[in-house]
Unconditional design. Structure first.
Length: 203
């Protein structure tokens, strides 16, 4: 069901659509994520989050952008400049003390990674356990297609997102993935592409 053509349609610059299609198809099959509408929603969400390429969160920001993304944490230019252009300091500032990040450096160590941009020590521990990998000791395992795909599927299942996908409710799916509605229009656009390639009627 997941083909290299689907990967290319969702990300025309994808570096390895064959591997991505193979690993995603295998991982989703392992976790019972095989309904075409569910696959359309899940692949399009991952395309928005990571371009279907397991990667690290890009934390290179200018001060002005930091004030826009995290206005409560960077209310002044001086506060923002302290973290601008310094990804490690930024990660420890914005992620430290939450999401299970309790030790010095956890914000950086457990920054967003993988196909779904998993973030925080608690999530690394939970989803590592669910898929059988020690992501606390080896967080970079999320940068492998297979592990990244398994974790994405486990995250989806843990949040019960198939029920929203089967109702074709992209807003609720996005809230389950993102915690809000960031990038909703792009996610809609990608969903339409995935549906066409998977032969799923648009509603």
């Amino acid at each position: 069901m997941i083909t290299p053509d689907l990967i290319r349609a969702l990300n025309a610059r994808h570096p390895d659509p064959v591997t991505a299609a193979t690993k995603l198809g295998w991982a989703f099959g392992q976790q019972g994520l095989t309904h075409p509408l569910v696959v359309a929603h899940l692949t399009s969400q991952l395309a928005h989050e990571s371009g279907l390429v397991p990667k690290e969160e890009n934390l290179h920001y200018r001060a002005e952008r930091l004030m826009q993304v995290w206005p409560a944490r960077f209310p002044t230019m001086a506060a923002a400049q302290a973290c601008a252009g310094n990804p490690e300091r930024l990660a420890n500032t914005v992620y430290g003390g939450r999401m299970g990040n309790t030790q010095p450096g956890d914000g950086w160590r457990f920054r967003g990674r993988g196909l779904i941009q998993l973030t925080g020590r608690s999530n690394y521990e939970t989803y590592g356990r669910l898929v059988g990998f020690d992501l606390i000791a080896k967080p970079d395992l999320l940068l492998q297609y297979g592990v990244g795909a398994l974790v994405a599927g486990a995250y989806w299942n843990a949040r019960g997102l198939s029920r929203h996908a089967l109702r074709d409710d992209v807003t609720r799916v996005t809230e389950g993935i993102n915690g809000g509605r960031n990038g909703l229009e792009d996610r809609r656009r990608l969903l339409a592409i995935a549906k066409r390639h998977l032969g799923v009627p648009s509603t």
